[in-house]
Design a binder for this molecule. Sequence first.
Ligand SMILES: Cc1cc2nc3c(=O)[nH]c(=O)nc-3n(C[C@H](O)[C@H](O)[C@H](O)COP(=O)(O)OP(=O)(O)OC[C@H]3O[C@@H](n4cnc5c(N)ncnc54)[C@H](O)[C@@H]3O)c2cc1C
Length: 420
Amino acid sequence: MKAYDMVIIGGGPAGLAAAVSAKKAGVESILILERDMELGGILNQCIHNGFGLHTFQEELTGPEYADRFIAQVRELGIAYKLHTMVMDISPQKVVTAMNGSDGMIRIQAKAIVLAMGCRERARGALNIPGYRPAGIFSAGTAQRLVNMEGYLPGREVVILGSGDIGLIMARRMTLEGAKVKVVAELMPYSGGLKRNIVQCLDDYGIPLKLSHTVVDIKGKERLEGVTLAQVDENGKPIPGTEETYTCDTLLLSVGLIPENELSKEMGVELDSVTNGPVVNESLETNIPGVFACGNVLHVHDLVDYVSEEAQRAGANAARYVKGEAEKKGNTITVAAEDGVRYTVPRNINTNGMDEQLTVRFRVGAVYQNAYISVYFDQERVMHRRKQIMAPGEMEQVVLLKQKIAAYPNLSRITVKIEKE
Ligand SMILES: Cc1cc2nc3c(=O)[nH]c(=O)nc-3n(C[C@H](O)[C@H](O)[C@H](O)COP(=O)(O)OP(=O)(O)OC[C@H]3O[C@@H](n4cnc5c(N)ncnc54)[C@H](O)[C@@H]3O)c2cc1C
């Protein structure tokens, strides 16, 4: 069995940034395991620009952004294995992986960083009635076909779901010569970033139908059309509102699910809202020495936040490897209430905290001119007005170690949305 100080599962932006920061923090023996044919993760298929505005103050394409981190991994001499699928991680941190040249390999790690990203929710999870003709793709699959493999999945397209991938693909398919007839969204608001609605739909005259879903699929061999209907506040189709669109392609952009089978199997506790690991201020899971970052932890809107979070995970994992992790003392619970769906992290130990800690979360509905409030036990310590908040955009509050230290008996920090 081989041994490394740190094994990183996944060579996407999260895995790359974690590796770079761990190496810079002095960990010599690091191995990245990536199942795909190259490093970079999902960014390799995101050839549009809009990446890196926060990290590099530049507008980069996905591959350009990934390349900045891949170059650092190479310069720092960090080892990686491609085409290598991790199949199991034991609670004792033995990683079992497989590839075409080594066969089955087992690696003992001192610390592990989970950075497996997320996958798209498929048609099966949606219960759309009708036959199963060719022509129904997840938006990410279509993106890979168009941007990496050079195939156009179809010419007349309907998109279900207005998450960022669906919006980006509406524009991409249009630029490739297809006709995107409509984007339908079940919720009364879009699940994507505002900038993507403007740049990918409005700029190309593509209609967005909110509170609509697919109620019928036409065609047996190849998709011939879909019927949309408006839904009521319970998501039930309203009879008489049906409209049929002829099309040969339906793209589904109906949510992302963190890739947590490995985490679950090894006994990592998962959060029921994010489906990602429950982590503390150091992004460490309930298994000491196992850290998580990126979309496997919670689905991010911007890759810049993934990189920033992953750098923290890598640095904290390095402290663990070097035996410098702070001894755990009193734990403060971080609770999500009143419109806040979840928080990352879910608990904080001030001993392990840096001078400041970013707590990220998403809201459950659209709020206008509402306040993000933070309570230390019963006392409100932060109250910030925001013009608009939507489920598609991640929110954050920054907690200061010094401020928390002024409350020695603090047991609970609550983040909530208040109207006034
Ligand atoms: C279509 C799309 C458009 C986007 N547009 C933007 C944008 O415009 N701007 C922006 O800032 N962000 C955008 N994002 C978000 C950004 O790309 C992601 O937040 C980011 O890629 C997440 O990084 P990650 O490393 O967590 O996951 P990924 O990039 O998914 O990387 C995870 C890696 O882990 C590997 N892996 C998984 N399981 C295993 C295993 N068992 N063994 C070995 N390897 C494994 C995968 O192959 C993959 O390479 C977009 C995302 C998508 C999907």
